[in-house]
Design a protein around this ligand. Structure first.
Ligand SMILES: *Cc1c(COP(=O)(O)O)cnc(C)c1O
Length: 487
């Protein structure tokens, strides 16, 4: 026997077992240590050096999940996980993901699977309306704008940057046809906050354009403001450079700071620059009317992106990106070999998403949005966001009540940046001991030159009692440290 023994009947049985395993895993996840106790290379010795010649038994594969995989898993969905930012996880999204896997289409064009394209366009309109995005970003209205699912915020930033690069080169060449593309590109300059995600700087490296970081300060809440930006633009233009792209961040990764886009947007407009907004984490909160003002100024943006796969219960990957003029983005990347042509190219709901992204292939990811939006409803999603923000506020109150600690940045959403008063040394020791104990998991950041701990409410199932336990744990470790290192 050399073929796989799994037929449909076997799949039905194993599928049901797997669903049970998954539900058990998630229901009992808090009994596991959140952070794995393994050394680099731990896995190789646990499995054979080669793939099996003859098929393995299914039972053996399943047995190995607990033996080989779980010991090396960081449990991102444990209510004791407070590191990075959340990554979404919900039962409706997991079910939709199974269906997507089964349909298994590659929706690079409308014709390659019409439902895959059309549901995506409509889901991005639904989501755009939940955020109260200006109509110009929706596909259903004027038809000039529209949304697309990218794999990650990093890709959205890069795609926007490449589209902006192509737009500025075309514009300059339209005015001065003698100017060489390479000469123009060598003078281009893009900008972002010094608090922007590392993927923004990386986009500059990949696109081969200069990327400048705009300095921020604790006194200005780590946000980029118009004044600093204008001064930099003036200096760069005087030096013969061509400013063409600004990536604003709403909800920075270190401290969840918000660039002042109501000031920056008009500047970009006046300078003919492309403004892209990276709201990877914070964007989900804008579905709540009380947080929507944080998005004011989006009307000035050429493109806007956030990650439902972070905080909107749609499992990875699902990064929602909207552009005001789809022609800008399509124009930058369009390639039309004969084997990909079809009879309904680009009209209304018919769009060929391959022109909106870097890869050709794409999964049927909008099914996850459809399931989640329908099964939670806008109200359910809003309640979820509010609960996380409330838990962060609760943690903040605990920190503020303790004289040994300080809060390092405003708590706006689900992230609390805090530290023990005094040296970085003490805070580094604190974090090291927290993570070594493996009860909770945190990561640090650097803010205004200081070492700071980040507490991000992450798991769907985090409750007040988990936050209280986390705080007691941190507070006990702090007491130990203060006995050893009183300064
Ligand atoms: C998490 C994050 C990113 C990276 O998101 P990916 O989808 O993994 O690329 C980018 N920007 C900000 C502000 C983030 O918080």
């Amino acid at each position: 026997m050399t073929t796989c023994g799994m037929d449909a009947a076997e799949f039905r049985k194993r599928g049901k077992e797997m669903v049970d395993y998954i539900a058990d895993y998630l229901e009992t996840i808090e009994q596991r240590e959140v952070y794995p106790d393994v050394q680099p290379g731990y896995l190789r010795s646990l499995i054979p050096n080669e793939a099996p010649e003859e098929p393995d038994a299914y039972e053996d594969v399943v047995r190995d999940i607990e033996r080989v995989i779980m010991p090396g898993v960081t449990h991102w969905h444990s209510p004791y996980f407070y590191a990075y930012f959340p990554t979404a996880n919900s039962y409706p999204a997991m079910l939709a993901d199974m269906l997507s896997g089964a349909i298994g289409c590659i929706g690079f064009s409308w014709a390659a699977s019409p439902a895959c394209t059309e549901l995506e366009t409509v889901m991005l309109d639904w989501l755009g309306k939940m955020l109260n995005l200006p109509d110009a970003f929706l596909a259903g209205t004027t038809g000039l704008g529209g949304g697309v699912i990218q794999g990650t915020a990093s890709e959205a930033t890069l795609v926007a940057l490449l589209a902006a690069r192509s737009r500025i080169v075309q514009k300059i060449q339209a005015d001065s046809p003698e100017r060489e593309e390479l000469d123009i590109i060598s003078r281009l300059v893009a900008y972002s906050s010094d608090q922007a995600h590392s993927s923004v700087e990386r986009a500059g490296l990949i696109a081969g354009v200069r990327m400048k970081k705009i300095p921020t300060a604790v006194s200005k809440k780590f946000a980029v403001h118009g004044e600093t930006f204008s001064a930099m633009l003036k200096e760069d233009k005087e030096a013969g450079l061509i400013p063409f792209y600004f990536c604003a961040t709403l909800g920075t990764t270190p401290s969840c700071a918000f660039d002042c886009i109501t000031e920056l947007g008009p500047i970009c407009k006046a300078e003919n620059m492309w403004m892209h907004i990276d709201a990877a984490y914070a964007g989900s909160a804008f579905i709540c009317p009380e947080f929507r003002p944080l998005l004011n100024g989006v009307e000035f943006a050429d493109s806007f992106n956030f990650n439902p796969h972070k905080w909107l219960l749609v499992n990875f990957d699902c990064s929602a990106m909207w552009v005001k003029k789809r022609a800008d983005i399509i124009g930058a990347f369009k390639m039309d070999p004969l084997y990909l042509k079809h009879d309904h190219q680009e009209s209304g709901l018919v769009t060929d998403y391959r022109h909106w992204q870097i890869p050709l292939g794409r999964r049927f990811r909008s099914l996850k949005m459809w399931f989640v939006f329908r099964l939670y409803g806008l109200k359910g999603l809003q309640a979820y966001i509010r609960k996380h923000v409330e838990l962060a506020k609760e943690f903040e109150r605990r920190v503020r009540e303790d004289q040994r600690f300080e809060i390092s940045a405003d708590v706006v959403l689900g992230l609390v940046c805090f530290r023990m008063k005094g040296s970085d040394e003490k805070n580094k020791t604190l974090l090291k001991r927290i993570n070594a104990a493996r009860k909770i998991h945190l990561v640090p950041c650097q803010l205004a030159g200081s070492f700071v701990l980040r507490f991000a409410v992450c798991a769907r199932t985090t409750e007040s009692r988990h936050v209280q336990e986390a705080w007691s744990h941190i507070s006990e470790i702090a007491s130990e440290i203060l006995q050893e290192l009183p300064n």
